[in-house]
Design a protein around this ligand. Structure first.
Ligand code: NAD
Length: 331
């Protein structure tokens, strides 16, 4: 039997992985704890581990996994900024991921944030429940012909461009690799500076790495239009949270939609509603009326969970058979 420990396991992970596990040779053990170097000893006796976005696979953790004889790390997500890939390779620890499960799921959630913020749906919902039918303060703006900056035009960014085209938005894109599909759609590649200066809405869809860490900072924020709408459904570390709060206070940012947060690993995916809040920056952010935050749920559709489970299982089955594709991270 090939034994796999599933870390950060939620009930839905268990359901989708179990329902799709048709391989008789693979046995899952579901562990709610997040994987860090402190919890890594739980991986003893397992052939492989399966992890998610906020598990921390740094050198210390990888050393423990290696010493325990773990052979394969199956990420059940697309992003891999939480794994020290180079170090894993030196330990001969094979890593797989789910490069594309449903870019539309995240793009549609991005659109949901844009539309909700613009039309103040999060405010209106509460007002109507309290018999307050006043429209004061709920004025929105038409998306028609507005300029949207899309940073990162890979699978999710291009799915968003397709949706925005339907709203007749002017779409300005930035990516280190330009795609013909994007220009064929009528979108225009420009510099980051052009996006900061001209976009009414800016949406982030590039990976978190050394080049992109804190790409939204005091300097870039300063160059943006007053009242800009900023949306981040990619990774929290793309934004300097302190600079963001300052830009909300000065009204440089008029609307902020986040599905990810720089320090989310200590907060997201768990119920903290009965605890004394411990993250002052998060509470400051969440307190602004023009901020809408969801807890990393962009991926969370039936179709995406199904695809995540089947691809993860296929990666695990390949690993069990000793087939380790080395192109997974190039997709
Ligand atoms: P992708 O690899 O298809 O696209 C990423 C794009 O970013 C590529 O075109 C790449 O060239 C570009 N890029 C790389 N470096 C860049 C830079 N310095 N500046 C601008 N662009 C750069 O990835 P994807 O599937 O579209 O996912 C994008 C990101 O979305 C992932 O990295 C992940 O962090 C995030 N994500 C979030 C959720 C969620 O639930 N919120 C789910 C899946 C993925």
């Amino acid at each position: 039997m090939y034994r796999v420990a599933v870390f950060s396991c939620q009930p839905y992970d268990q359901t989708y992985l179990s329902q799709n596990n048709h391989a008789e040779e693979v046995e899952f053990t579901f562990i709610p704890s997040r994987l860090t170097h402190q919890t890594a000893p739980l991986a003893a006796t397992f052939d492989a581990i399966c992890v998610f976005v906020n598990d921390v696979l740094d050198k210390a953790c990888l050393d423990i996994l290696h010493s325990l004889g773990v052979k394969h790390i199956a990420l059940r997500c697309a992003g891999f900024n939480n794994v020290d890939l180079e170090y894993a390779a030196t330990l001969n620890l094979h890593v797989s991921r789910v490069p594309a499960y449903s870019p539309e799921a995240v793009a549609e959630h991005t659109m949901a944030l844009i539309l909700s913020l613009n039309r103040h749906i999060h405010k209106a919902y509460n007002r109507v429940r309290e018999n307050n039918f006043s429209l004061l303060g709920l004025t929105g703006f038409n998306l028609y012909k507005k300029t949207v900056g899309v940073i990162g035009t890979g699978k999710i960014g291009s799915a968003l461009c397709r949706i925005l085209n339907g709203f007749s938005c002017e779409i300005l894109c930035y990516d280190t690799i330009q795609s013909d599909c994007i220009t064929a759609m009528g979108c225009k590649y420009v510099s980051l500076r052009d996006i900061w200066e001209h976009a009414d809405i800016i949406s982030l869809h590039c990976p978190l790495n050394e080049q992109t860490s804190h790409m939204i900072n005091a300097r870039s924020l300063q160059q943006m239009k007053d009242g800009v709408m900023l949306i981040n459904t990619s990774r929290g570390g793309l934004i300097d949270t302190k600079a963001l709060i300052a830009a909300l206070k000065s009204r440089k940012i008029g609307f902020l939609g986040l599905d990810v947060y720089e320090m989310e690993s200590e907060l997201f995916f768990e119920d903290h509603s009965m605890e004394i809040p411990s993250d002052d920056l998060f509470d400051r952010l969440a307190g602004f009326p023009n901020v809408l935050i969801t807890g990393h749920q962009g991926f969370f559709t039936h179709e995406a969970l199904q695809e995540i489970a089947t691809t993860t299982l296929s990666n695990i089955e390949n690993a069990r058979l000793g087939r380790y594709p080395d192109t997974t991270f190039l997709c």
